[in-house]
Design a protein around this ligand. Sequence first.
Ligand code: AMP
Ligand code: MN
Ligand code: MN
Ligand code: MN
Length: 287
Amino acid sequence: MQDKYDLHCHSTASDGALAPAEVVRRAHQQGVTALALTDHDTTAGLQEAAQAAEDCGIRLIPGIELSAIYANQCLHIIGLNIDAEQPILTEGLIKQQALRQQRALKMAEKLQKKGIAGAYEAVVQAAGNGEITRSHFADFLVAHGHVDNQQDAFDRYLSKGKPAFVATQWASLEDVVGWIRSAGGIAVLAHPLRYKLSFKWMNKALAAFKLAGGQGVEVVTGRASLDDIRLSVQLLRNHQLLASVGSDFHTPENQWVELGRLAPLPAEAEPVWSLFSPRQPPAAEIH
Ligand code: AMP
Ligand code: MN
Ligand code: MN
Ligand code: MN
């Protein structure tokens, strides 16, 4: 049987709505057979997800989505098949998590100056033990009637150039790819078209990414159009990188994005899972 892959999604360990085990069970219900949980700058959900995956018989690929800086721009780098215990990675994550904490305080201060109080307490409460993200701020702004929806929150407050945006010195692209590689993982550039880079800068970024040890680019995402997919395949070809697929699922409330609901990968793109080790058969099947 052919595997059905979804190599990008979120749980309550960062800005997802479902607990790690719930994400895994939902993926299983949607027919996914190989899932990577990729929370923002944390591996905290992986253990729970691995247990749930074992219980329902799907393959869990330990993953992460790291924030990185390249030429003053924040890029998201997915790590697949990482060993979450590797110290170079865990030390890096401690720094990224401290940055998230400090940024949340600064964002709340900026909102306070705009007359919006109580954001910090609200996002800390909403994130619980998970990492605080801008999505938590967006939810807070929606809940308190400052904006109509998440998109509006980003457009009016949270995106670059807007009143609550705080530029953050995430680790460099080179460092982040290095952490993933040192943890035995595969580094994949997430949603390449979402950064709105010019063709020239995208090619520069991909060249730097590859030089640092990056191996893949997300070609099929939950929201990619056929044109997007074609364009991404072109980027792969130019840089001889492998193709990844991932829904970037966050919540069942977003009816446009579902676990495993992904356009097929074009035949000319070599998939990133050609680098995965073969799936181990369950113990009972070994004779
Ligand atoms: P952060 O990593 O904390 O800056 O948060 C980034 C997250 O915010 C992304 O992973 C998305 O889940 C969400 N996000 C970013 N931009 C938008 C947007 N324009 N509309 C809705 N959600 C967004
Ligand atoms: Mn997110
Ligand atoms: Mn992302
Ligand atoms: Mn994501």
